[in-house]
Design a protein around this ligand. Structure first.
Ligand code: ZN
Length: 504
């Protein structure tokens, strides 16, 4: 078969799979926004059917034959060319899917579906013993997955690769090991700082209707296109890239906390700008038109949420607007006090509520425990004790119960071992990208202080979004910033920022 014909057929098949996934994405969005509770059973059947079909199409022997026909073809001469990049990623997905025996895939689906119910109940009662046998089963299953997928370094590599293709456990460990003492030191400085912002300012009464108006105004200023997207309300906020011209985000409004919905909207809109900036017109349904990794996706949401949304420059423009909209709550609050309040930092028990200075310590703890579980260096039964010990070490607080300790996250019950590091990788990428944006856009702070965010958005689109999966994440970082991923930009950013607010 001529390479070009094989390539065309492969792309056509990959597009069909992507279109099927986008149908599932839409059903998933509908399930979380408007579906009546009674529809849950049938929705599970619909989603199961689509997932099964997509898997069948991906492992189809014809896909394998087409990939084999394209091995060492002249089409892949330029590794960053469209064809080579698409083939690299399609081959990776096909191999992952075909290496797993059907029986194992089904066992994982059944076990994790039961485990999620058990986890919910265990968390509700704070009874970790109830969940530990399930954790043991799941660790056993993912260890078998790693064995089938294969790895060069250690089994965790095979799991991490699912979420952050190309990243290795050794590299993540090296970066996290350098980051951890810096963060512990930063948090000690914050704890003993002479100045403390008043967090209560952002816990006054903020009318949800007005929060919606303000949030939509900020999202629109960021460049979220409401003709090609929408914003709805859900319990757990998310972003769904349905397809070309259709990217949806959700949030939730807390009448006593301004931060939740506002920074949640900026976070999800950051994800959405990445989806909207992908070249879907040309590359929809192929890796070139898709995000490269979860870490890079998270870098886009974090950059808008933190580097922009929690910056003084951003509030120089938006605070007077906020004061107009939330007149009663903010009339007596200065810009400086408000800026301090949105950045208030303190160690806390729950990861999803953690601030910028403490968040990554929550992730490192989980990564270290996961890695030890998968290596069989740690028994699932020892997780609660080991969790609490590290929590005391890193964050300086006692875990009062397992519901607020090792039972707080859903990830392990879904089999998502290997996922957590992508959150901190996202924060690291974001800091390194933003440093580079500052170098490339010397007027960036002034633009943000005038409410102009298009310069930054276009920079991100040009440097990151439009490439899709053309470059693996590590290479993308090197191309954009001229250096491999390093903990230093994040460490400097956090010290500079919190030093300014807390006066150290
Ligand atoms: Zn996110």
């Amino acid at each position: 078969m001529a390479p070009l014909d094989a390539y065309r057929e492969l792309v056509e098949r990959t597009r069909k799979i992507a279109t099927l996934h986008s149908c599932a994405e839409l059903l998933g969005w509908e399930e979380r926004t408007t579906m009546p509770r009674g529809g849950a059973g049938h929705r599970a059947a619909q989603l199961g059917l689509l997932a099964g079909l997509a898997h069948q199409w991906l492992v189809d022997p014809r896909m394998g034959a087409l990939l084999a026909a394209l091995e060492d073809s002249p089409l892949t001469a330029d590794p960053a060319g469209v064809e080579a990049a698409n083939l690299r990623e399609i081959r990776r997905r096909h191999q992952r899917a075909t290496r797993l025996p059907q029986a194992l895939v089904e066992e994982i689906a059944q076990t994790t579906s039961l485990a999620q119910g058990e986890w919910q109940e265990a968390r509700r009662r704070s009874e970790v013993k109830r969940f530990l046998p399930w954790l043991e089963k799941i660790v056993g299953l993912v260890r078998r997955v790693a064995g089938h997928i294969g790895y060069d370094g250690e089994p965790y590599d095979a799991l991490l690769d699912e979420y952050e293709p190309g990243a290795t456990t050794a590299e993540v460990t090296r970066i996290f090991d350098a980051l951890r003492p810096e963060l512990v030191a930063l948090n000690r400085k914050i704890a003993s700082a002479p100045r403390k912002p008043d967090a209560a300012i952002v816990q006054r009464a903020f009318d949800p209707e007005r929060q919606k108006i303000f949030g939509e105004m900020v999202a629109a200023a960021m460049g979220f296109d409401f003709a090609r997207g929408r914003l709805d309300v859900t319990t757990h906020p998310f972003c769904a890239g349905i397809g070309p011209g259709d990217t949806r985000i959700t949030t939730r409004y807390n009448p006593r906390r301004l931060n939740d919905a506002l920074f949640g909207i900026m976070h999800e809109a950051g994800h959405a700008l990445y989806e909207m900036g992908l070249d879907k017109a040309t590359h929809f349904g192929t890796p070139l038109g898709e995000a490269v990794s979860l870490g890079i996706h998270e870098s886009q949401s974090r950059l808008w949420e933190n580097q922009v949304g929690r910056s003084r420059a951003f509030w120089a423009y938006f605070y007077p607007q906020a004061q107009r909209i939330f007149r009663e709550a903010l009339a007596d609050v200065s810009l400086e006090d408000f800026y301090g309040a949105v950045n208030h930092s303190a160690p806390s028990l729950i990861r999803v509520e953690a601030d910028e200075a403490t968040y990554n310590l929550h992730i490192m703890l989980r990564f270290e425990l996961e890695r030890a579980l998968v290596k069989a260096d740690l028994a699932p039964a020892d997780i609660p004790e080991e969790w609490n010990r590290r929590f005391r070490d890193y964050l300086g607080i006692e875990v009062p119960d397992d519901a607020r300790g090792c039972l707080q996250d859903i990830h392990w019950s879904t089999g998502g071992i290997g996922y957590f590091p992508t959150y901190t990788l996202g924060n690291l990428y974001a800091a390194q990208f933003f440093d580079q944006a500052r170098r490339d856009l010397p007027d960036l702070d002034r633009e943000l202080a005038q409410g102009r965010m298009s310069g930054l958005r276009e920079w991100l689109r040009e440097k990151i979004h439009r490439h899709g999966s053309r470059y693996p994440a590590g290479e993308l970082v090197r191309r954009v910033t001229g250096a491999p991923l390093s903990p230093q930009p994040l460490v400097s950013y956090l010290n500079r920022k919190f030093g300014g607010i807390y006066g150290f």
